[in-house]
Design a protein around this ligand. Structure first.
Ligand SMILES: [Zn+2]
Length: 271
């Protein structure tokens, strides 16, 4: 009888412990920021400065906010010669989330830090004075700089301002990061582009690059540098001026819609 009681107590304790572990683990798996969402100040900044967010439905806005919160929780943002503001954080995170918003499960695994400079910088990351070549607005680190992204605050802010037109430096750099996630920054983001689309996409890029070189395209000439820059520059245009892009480049628009699983000129919902 005593043995029965002891065994019963052990079983009850074991079950209790198991329940505690399961419950505890479940709770720990959800990052605090993702459950709490964004505070009202950050939401207001999104509403005021991020046109893309502004056009989303209420449900999609909530999903966007959750992704922003998750990004800010995971990625460290630091300033060089400046103090990071809430607006910096919101715009950096928006640049990251906009290109991957069509993919519910996508997370950047190749990024730990974003380093913000006051303005453009050069290849030695110098941003003051009159150094040669101080014209870089953003950069995705490679080699010893892997996992780092460098951005100019002036370029970041301009990208989300009404005056930016088709350009958005933040989105440009995150498209490079997305492109790089398959191992090669080559304009073909294999992680998200279905295999059968890779060849037609390359062909389409080459056609448009030659039009840019002849001066017969309204896509920023920097896009003619190579395939990776073409993808980044065309994507800025796709997200910043979707209606204009769809009208002037229907085939490219369709391909980028497939790549990003989004239709920003249409109902703006993830496809
Ligand atoms: Zn670039």
């Amino acid at each position: 009888m005593t043995a029965f009681i002891i065994i019963s107590i052990i079983i009850v304790l074991a079950l209790g412990y198991l329940a505690f572990r399961l419950f505890g683990k479940k709770k720990n798996n959800i990052p605090a920021a993702a459950t709490a969402g964004l505070n009202s100040e950050l939401k207001q900044l999104l509403e005021q400065h991020v046109d893309y967010y502004h056009k989303l439905s209420e449900t999609e806005k909530l999903r966007f906010e959750g992704l922003i919160a998750g990004f800010l929780e995971k990625v460290h943002i630091e300033g060089v010669g400046l103090e990071i503001t809430d607006l910096d954080r919101v715009l950096i995170a928006s640049s990251a989330i906009i290109p991957i918003f069509g993919y519910k499960e996508w997370r950047y695994t190749n990024l730990t830090n974003v380093i913000l400079y006051p303005d453009t910088f050069n290849n030695d990351f110098q941003f003051e004075g009159e150094q040669e070549g101080r014209n870089i607005m953003g950069m995705v680190g490679s080699g010893y700089m892997n996992g780092q992204m460098l951005l100019s605050r002036a370029a970041l802010l301009k990208g989300f301002s009404a005056a930016s037109g088709k350009n958005n430096t933040g989105i440009h750099e995150f498209v490079h990061l997305l492109d790089k996630s398959d191992g090669a920054t080559d304009g073909v983001p294999e992680n998200i582009l279905p295999h059968e689309y890779a060849t037609p996409w390359l062909k389409m890029m080459h056609q448009e690059i030659s039009l840019i070189k002849k001066g017969n395209s309204d896509i920023d000439p920097y896009g003619a540098t190579n395939e990776a820059e073409f993808l980044a520059v065309a994507s800025e245009y796709f997200f910043e001026k979707p209606d204009q892009f769809r009208q002037k480049h229907p085939e490219l628009y369709e391909q980028l819609s497939i790549i990003y699983s989004q239709d920003p000129a249409g109902n703006h919902k993830a496809l």
